[in-house]
Ligand binder design. Structure first.
Ligand SMILES: C[S@@+](CC[C@H](N)C(=O)[O-])C[C@H]1O[C@@H](n2cnc3c(N)ncnc32)[C@H](O)[C@@H]1O
Length: 230
């Protein structure tokens, strides 16, 4: 792996990925961020998967697409995993295949702050950005508008961009959340100290005709459609 990989991605070593689901999806989402995986995030994720091609940005362990195989089997023929870190791409790809997804799986090593490859244009009816923004350096609305600008060309007509992100200090963090925020922001694993729901909304409003944001615990869940003409 290149030594220049940003801390938002380099933390996901093979070893870290083996503990990720328990630490983040089981413990932190419930106790620290108060947005449970099973009752909130996974149903939200599955609700917005498109009909034929899905782009998963910030693949992590691939938990969400792998847990959504039954939903994907209803017609999704292509899942593209995009991540800066080759470890997560290999891990998520194997997990999705082992979970029984029979369509094509593509893995693209790419920085979401860079323009997407031409081959990905107008291809996806759903694009998921789950727990990506809070890892990225920078502040809302700029970091989100920068990412949306790169992602929007990949949307097919009528497609949806959706995701979730942990808010910064403006949210009501509990004892555990406060400690994790300090630890992760200190190490550059998170870059969300200044992230506000208003900042996220501003980025969505700037980019899309139609968007919705709701907050569960300290997590903002968002959906967006109909990119504005540029
Ligand atoms: C917190 S994990 C989220 C994983 C998964 N979406 C989930 O919610 O379980 C963040 C993911 O974003 C990736 N990532 C971080 N910075 C990135 C960047 N600049 N471009 C693309 N991917 C990035 C990391 O490698 C990691 O896989």
């Amino acid at each position: 792996m290149p030594t220049t990989l940003a801390p938002s991605a380099s933390v996901y070593t093979q070893l870290a990925l083996r503990f990720y689901d328990f630490v983040v999806l089981t413990v932190s989402n419930y106790w620290a961020w108060r947005c449970p995986t099973g009752s909130v995030l996974l149903p939200f994720y599955q609700q917005h998967i498109g009909d034929s091609a899905h782009l998963e940005i910030g693949a992590g362990t691939g938990y969400y697409p792998a847990a959504s195989c039954a939903r994907l089997a209803k017609g999704v023929k292509l899942v593209t995993l995009l991540d800066l870190n080759p470890n997560t791409l290999a891990y998520a790809r194997a997990r999705l295949a082992n979970a029984g997804f029979r369509g094509d799986i593509e893995a693209v090593q790419h920085d979401v702050f860079d323009v997407l490859p031409e081959t990905m244009r107008a291809r996806y009816d759903s694009v998921a950005l789950v727990y990506l923004f809070h890892c990225l350096p920078g502040t809302f609305p700029k970091k989100a508008t920068d990412v949306f600008r790169n992602v929007v060309p990949a949307l097919a007509e009528g497609g949806i961009v959706y995701g979730a992100t942990i808010l910064g200090w403006s949210a009501q963090h509990n004892w555990l959340g406060t400690r994790l925020m300090n630890l992760y922001n200190g190490k550059g694993i998170f870059g969300n100290a200044q992230d506000t729901v208003e900042g996220l909304r501003a980025a969505l409003d700037e980019t899309f005709e139609e968007c919705e944001v709701r907050v569960v615990g300290v997590v903002a869940l968002f959906t967006a459609r109909r990119p504005k003409a540029t």
